[in-house]
Design a protein around this ligand. Structure first.
Ligand SMILES: [Zn+2]
Length: 460
C-alpha cells in the first residue's frame, strides 16, 4: 500500500519545513514540495504538525512485581501508546537471581510475541552477574539484538546488584559493544529508612517518599558515573529525578565523560505534595518518588542544556485494588504509575505550548534521542527517506482533557485526571500502516514487531 501525506509541517530533531511525504510499503520513499505521485490513499495535513513516531524507552508491561503483575499487557500497553503517538516502546526483561538471561528472555517473549500492537524492543535487566551471565552478554548483543543492560542499585534482596558485579558487568558490556543503564539509588540507605519508618509505625504513602530522600539518588548516581568512567563503559541513568543526581552527571562532563540521562514526564510535572493526600497518594507511589518543585526546574533546564537526553515514562500501571495491597503499609504498595499514552501530549502541552522547550527539542527527547542512544537510528526516530514510516500527525491547537474514563490504558485511574491539554494526536502511522485515526485503533495485536537493536557507542 502507498500513502501520501500532503501539506504538513514536518518537524524532526533538527529541521522544520513544509513538504509532502510519499510512503511506499513500510518506509518513507520520497519527501518533497508538491509531490505529484499517485498513492492508494492521501491524507491532508494542512495546519498540522508531522513528526516521527514517539519512542518510550522505559515501560513495564505485564511485569511480575511485588506479588502481582503490572496491569497493561503488551497488547493493551502498546495500543494505548499508539493512541498517544508512541509507536515503539522498550520494555525490560528481568533476570531471576539464580537463573539465566536466556530463560528470562524466553519468558518475556512468550508474553509479548503475537500480542504487541506497536513495535517494541527489550532491555535486559541483569540481577545476578556471574560467570554464566557473563557469557550470555555477547549472545544478547550479537544474536538477540539486545544491547542495553539494566542494573538496580536498589531493591535490596530482590533486584539489586553490588558494586563488584556492576564493575564486572560494565567491563563485559563495554567489550561487547553495549551500554549499562541503571536505577541509581542507594539500596542500603533506602532499606534502612523503610525499616526505621515501619518500626516507628509511620506507614502512609508519605513515608515512601521520606524513605528515598534526594541524597540516596545523588550518591548512587555519582558512584555509578565514577564506575562507568573507570571502566570506560557507555552509561545511561534511567528515571533521573533530582538536582543532586543531575549535578553528578554535570560534573562528569568536565572530564569529557558523557553519561546519558533519562527523566520521566511525571518528574517534570508532578511533585511530592501529592503524597500528603493519605492513601490516595498511592497512585503516585513509584521509585524514585516524585520530588520538589526546584527539581522540576532543574530537569527542564537540564533538557535545554543537553544534560537530560530523553523523556520517558517508566509506565508501570497497577489497578487501585492492587495499590490497596499497601493500604496499611507503604512498603507493600506496588511501585508504578500509568503514563504511556499521555507522555507525548503532556510534554507538548506543558513543554512546547507553555514555552519551556522548542519543537525540535521536543522531537529530540521524545523520538530521536531514544532511537540514537539505543541503536535504532535512522530506522526509527526521524522522518527521512528509507526510515520506517512511523509518523504522527498532530493538531497543535486542539484542546482536550485527560481522564481515566477516556484513556486506553488498562488501569482504573489517571495520574493526570482532569488536566486540560493543548495539542492532540490525530493520526498515527506505524511502518506505513494507519494505526490510529479518528480516535480508533485500526491495527490488531500481533502487528507490533520486535526491533533488534545495533551496538552502541555511548556518543550521539
Ligand atoms: Zn522502571
Amino acid at each position: 500500500m502507498s500513502l501520501l501525506i500532503k501539506n504538513g509541517r514536518i518537524i524532526t530533531g533538527d529541521s522544520d519545513y513544509g513538504a509532502d511525504i510519499f510512503i511506499d510499503g513500510e518506509t518513507v520513499h520520497t519527501i518533497g514540495k508538491n509531490l505529484s505521485v499517485k498513492a492508494d490513499r492521501e491524507i491532508d495535513a494542512t495546519g498540522k504538525l508531522v513528526f516521527p513516531g514517539g519512542i518510550d524507552p522505559h515501560v513495564h508491561l505485564d511485569m511480575p512485581f511485588m506479588g502481582t503483575f503490572s496491569s497493561d499487557t503488551h497488547e493493551t500497553g502498546t495500543r494505548a501508546a499508539l493512541f498517544g503517538g508512541t509507536t515503539t516502546v522498550i520494555d525490560f526483561v528481568l533476570q531471576k537471581q539464580g537463573h539465566s538471561l536466556q530463560e528470562a528472555l524466553a519468558e518475556w517473549n512468550s508474553r509479548a510475541q503475537g500480542n504487541a500492537v506497536g513495535d517494541y524492543s527489550f532491555h535486559m535487566a541483569v540481577t545476578d552477574f556471574n560467570e554464566n551471565t557473563k557469557k550470555e552478554i555477547k549472545v544478547m548483543v550479537e544474536k538477540e539484538g539486545i544491547t542495553s543492560f539494566k542494573t538496580f542499585m536498589a531493591y535490596k534482596g530482590a533486584l539489586m546488584i553490588d558494586d563488584r558485579q556492576m564493575i564486572g558487568l560494565m567491563e563485559e558490556v563495554r567489550e561487547q559493544g553495549g551500554m549499562v543503564t541503571v536505577h541509581a539509588t542507594n539500596g542500603d540507605m533506602i532499606d534502612y529508612l523503610i525499616q526505621k519508618h515501619r518500626d516507628e509505625g509511620k506507614l502512609s504513602p508519605l513515608y515512601h517518599y521520606l524513605s528515598q530522600p534526594e541524597v540516596t539518588e545523588a550518591e548512587a548516581s555519582e558512584r555509578f558515573v565514577d564506575m562507568a568512567n573507570y571502566t570506560g563503559c557507555p552509561a545511561y541513568i534511567v528515571h533521573l529525578t533530582c538536582e543532586g543526581a543531575l549535578n553528578a552527571v554535570r560534573n562528569a562532563t568536565r572530564r569529557n565523560q558523557k553519561v546519558f540521562v533519562e527523566t520521566c514526564i511525571q518528574y517534570l510535572l508532578l511533585d511530592a505534595s501529592l503524597y500528603e493526600k493519605d492513601f490516595e497518594g498511592a497512585k503516585w507511589v513509584m521509585s524514585p518518588p516524585l520530588r520538589e518543585k526546584k527539581d522540576q526546574e532543574t530537569l527542564w533546564a537540564g533538557i535545554n542544556q543537553g544534560l537530560v537526553n530523553i523523556v520517558a515514562t517508566d509506565h508501570c500501571p497497577f489497578m487501585l485494588k492492587q495499590k490497596k495491597m499497601g493500604e496499611k503499609d507503604f512498603s507493600k504498595i506496588p511501585n508504578g504509575h500509568p503514563a504511556i499514552e499521555n507522555r507525548m501530549e503532556l510534554l507538548y502541552s506543558e513543554g512546547v505550548h507553555k514555552g519551556k522547550i522548542s519543537l525540535n527539542k521536543y522531537v529530540e527527547v521524545a523520538c530521536t534521542n531514544p532511537a540514537k542512544i539505543f541503536g535504532m537510528f535512522p530506522r526509527k526516530g526521524t522522518i527521512a527517506v528509507g526510515s520506517d514510516a512511523d509518523i504522527v500527525i498532530f493538531d497543535p491547537n486542539e484542546e482536550h482533557k485527560l481522564s481515566a474514563a477516556t484513556h486506553h490504558m488498562n488501569v482504573d485511574y489517571s495520574g493526570y485526571e482532569g488536566w486540560q491539554l493543548t495539542g492532540k494526536v490525530k493520526t498515527v502511522l506505524l511502518r506505513g500502516k494507519i494505526a490510529i485515526d479518528k480516535n480508533e485503533c485500526l491495527i490488531k495485536k500481533g502487528f507490533g514487531k520486535f526491533i533488534k537493536r545495533k551496538k552502541v557507542s555511548g556518543k550521539i
